[in-house]
Design a protein around this ligand. Structure first.
Ligand code: NAP
Length: 312
């Protein structure tokens, strides 16, 4: 897969949630910094050749997209050199009409006439119905408003159905994998996507920096052995699996570190040890996830954010 101008897609991507402050339209904004900090970080990242992201109009109450566009204009990069996924989360959309309005504002703010991919979550399909969602997405594909479609936080069944419906136009599944949270790996979701030719994009791979607070023995050991940081070990492992992690950072030091995480190779036995790691079952008591009936929203998101509440 390439950008419209034919550029290869970078190994790691840009995390856009958090640009302009953390929060969706239905949530209070937290951790907000000065706008210029985000713009400078994005310009720097784009100019380093990091060229894919997923972004929702609701991120940062709309500010994420506005700042992203500002940064793109300031950078040396053209719209056609990036792979831009427009995400639709059902949490702040009341109807398919709202989703249509969301798409319209995405194009207007980005001053573009296409998305490289339009992403829906399984909870979006559940909320608005399979038929409506599929015809909504087919319309965008048919009119060239999106090049591909993508899915996030979906069960194997939902992924298979989406594949049947959209075939090679189904670009990526966005799921979570981090050092501690292996539920999608254990459910074979990444393997299923690999088998079906769907790209595995990894969201929140550093668990917003919470992973390193644990100083897990294996991560500490490998960081020391390869003279890299723990974040680099995690990102390198994910890329070695063929997955594409999206990381959010406003720090030039971290951006450099994240980009450099793809420039070294570990021994295969060390990748195996990373694959096999699981938090000790006697210390970890997560709630069971029912992908088909999450109690509220996408419960995988809650599981990722609440790991520390379930681990002692
Ligand atoms: N599909 C979904 O349901 C879904 C859900 C959640 C998120 N997402 C996507 O996934 C993206 C990434 O997730 P996220 O931004 O929440 O979490 P993340 O990328 O795991 O973590 C971001 C945090 O880690 C810090 N960081 C980044 N690189 C670092 C490094 N090398 N060393 C130390 N700290 C580092 C950043 O701080 P500094 O700025 O100081 O570097 C930032 O606070 C989001 O932006 C969003 O686009 C998708």
């Amino acid at each position: 897969m390439k950008t419209l101008s034919g550029k290869e897609i970078s190994k790691i991507g840009i995390g856009s949630y958090g640009i302009g402050g953390r929060g969706h339209r239905d949530m209070e904004i937290t951790e907000k910094l000065e706008d210029e900090k985000y713009v400078d970080a994005l310009v720097y990242t784009l100019d380093q050749g990091i060229n894919f992201t997923e972004i929702a109009v609701g991120y940062g109450h709309g500010q994420s997209l506005i700042l992203f566009k500002k940064a793109l204009d300031k950078s040396t990069v053209n719209r056609k050199d990036i792979f831009l996924t427009h995400s639709l989360y059902p949490r702040d959309l009341l109807s398919i009409k709202d989703a249509n309005r969301d798409v319209k504002s995405f194009y207007e703010i980005m001053e573009t006439d296409y998305a490289d991919s339009t992403l829906v979550t399984q909870s979006f399909i559940k909320k608005f119905g399979e038929d409506s969602t599929y015809s909504f997405l087919h319309e965008f594909l048919k009119t060239g408003k999106t090049r591909f479609v993508s899915l996030s936080n979906a069960s194997p069944e939902c992924i298979r159905n989406f594949k049947k419906e959209f075939n090679y136009k189904f670009y990526a599944h966005e799921g979570h994998l981090s050092f501690e949270i292996r539920v999608l790996q254990d459910r074979e979701i990444f393997n299923l996507c690999d088998d079906l030719g769907i790209k595995n994009i990894i969201w929140r791979p550093l668990r917003r920096n919470k992973t390193f607070l644990h100083n897990w023995d294996l991560l500490v050991e490998l960081a020391e052995k390869y003279q890299r940081t723990q974040s680099q070990i995690v990102l390198n492992w994910l890329c070695n699996l063929g997955y594409s992690p999206m990381v959010m950072s406003v720090s030039q030091k971290h951006i450099d570190e994240n980009i450099a995480s793809t420039n070294f190779t570990m021994l295969s036995e060390d990748y195996e040890r990373m694959n096999d790691f699981r938090p000790s079952a006697s210390n970890y008591h997560p709630p069971k996830i029912d992908f088909n009936n999450p109690s509220e929203g996408d419960s995988i998101v809650t599981l990722v954010n609440d790991f520390e509440n379930h681990y002692n």
